[in-house]
Design a protein around this ligand. Structure first.
Ligand code: NAP
Length: 258
């Protein structure tokens, strides 16, 4: 399917690896020029090289997207964009009784306030042009809380509430905002969560993964490529009527009727 976005320009935050990279690659395949970001320069350059193989322009900005300074650098390098994919690393797992104010502030900065600030910066130009697409990578934890990821549950629920209202305010100008909710996907983040379970239960990481797969009707982890393809579709010409939605990609793990 031709996504109809060849020649558009996108920012993909936190995109040197994992789900962010999957989104960047699917957009590159659709002919979208990219500004990609991550904190570490080496992996970011490697990602950019792979993405350029699709024949698109790729600009890199090594910066922490959870900081004002980092976002300013990304926005300066990008100029006006048609597409924004918001992403950042997820908060660490832990226990509700251990988290202090500072832990919540860090989670809010990364997973709620950074995407909100990026939207605030990019939406006006999209609305002026009468076309824009925003996709936020959130988590299945918004729909079904994951106890050890309480910091994530909280910050992402805040972002989801913001998107619910804002998406309806910008839609009249041809701009859509939607959230993608990943269940478990085979990325570095999943590996580190599996390692945590393995250490806690005295089992191997492979056993922890197999145990987890048993809880997923699809009996496997998702891939960054299939996640990215969904993101690219939401950014396509065909998705202009999808507004303010939260789309779960979890292999059926969340057991609910809707
Ligand atoms: P990942 O494989 O660990 O990749 C994270 C990417 O983000 C890397 O490119 C990393 O590069 C970059 N990054 C992290 N923090 C950043 C920051 N502050 N500023 C700029 N770049 C940053 O993670 P992932 O699995 O793709 O997860 C992406 C998001 O989806 C996370 O928020 C995660 O919690 C959420 N999620 C993932 C899953 C899953 O199963 N994978 C499930 C639910 C939710 P640098 O380290 O160099 O910055």
């Amino acid at each position: 399917m031709d996504l109809g976005i060849k020649g558009k320009r996108a920012i993909v935050c936190a995109a040197s690896k994992g789900l962010g990279y999957g989104c960047a690659e699917a957009l590159a395949e659709a002919g979208v020029d990219l500004v990609i970001n991550a904190r570490s320069e080496g992996p970011l350059q490697e990602a950019a090289e792979k993405l350029r193989a699709h024949g698109v322009e790729v600009t890199t900005v090594a910066a922490d997207i959870s900081t004002e300074h980092g976002r300013a650098a990304v926005l300066k390098a990008a100029g006006e964009v048609d597409i924004l994919v918001n992403n950042a690393g997820g908060p660490p797992p832990g226990m509700w009784s251990d988290w202090e104010r500072e832990d919540f502030i860090k989670a809010l900065d990364s997973n709620m306030l950074a995407p909100i600030a990026m939207m605030k910066a990019c939406l006006p130009a999209m609305m002026d042009k009468g076309w824009g697409r925003v996709v936020n990578i959130t988590s299945q934890s918004v729909k079904a809380p994951i106890a050890v990821l309480g910091l994530s549950n909280s910050a992402r629920a805040g972002l989801t509430g913001y998107v619910a209202g804002t998406s309806r305010q910008v839609a009249p100008k041809g701009v859509t905002i939607n959230n993608l909710q990943p269940g478990i996907h085979a990325t570095d983040r999943a590996e580190s969560l599996d390692n945590g379970v393995a250490a806690q239960q005295g089992i191997s990481a492979d056993e922890a993964k197999a145990q987890r797969c048993e809880t997923i009707p699809a009996r496997r982890y998702g891939t960054a490529a299939e996640f990215g393809a969904t993101c690219a579709f939401l950014c396509s010409q065909h998705a202009g009527f999808i507004v303010g939605q939260n789309i779960l990609l979890d292999g059926g793990a969340v057991n609910s009727t809707m």
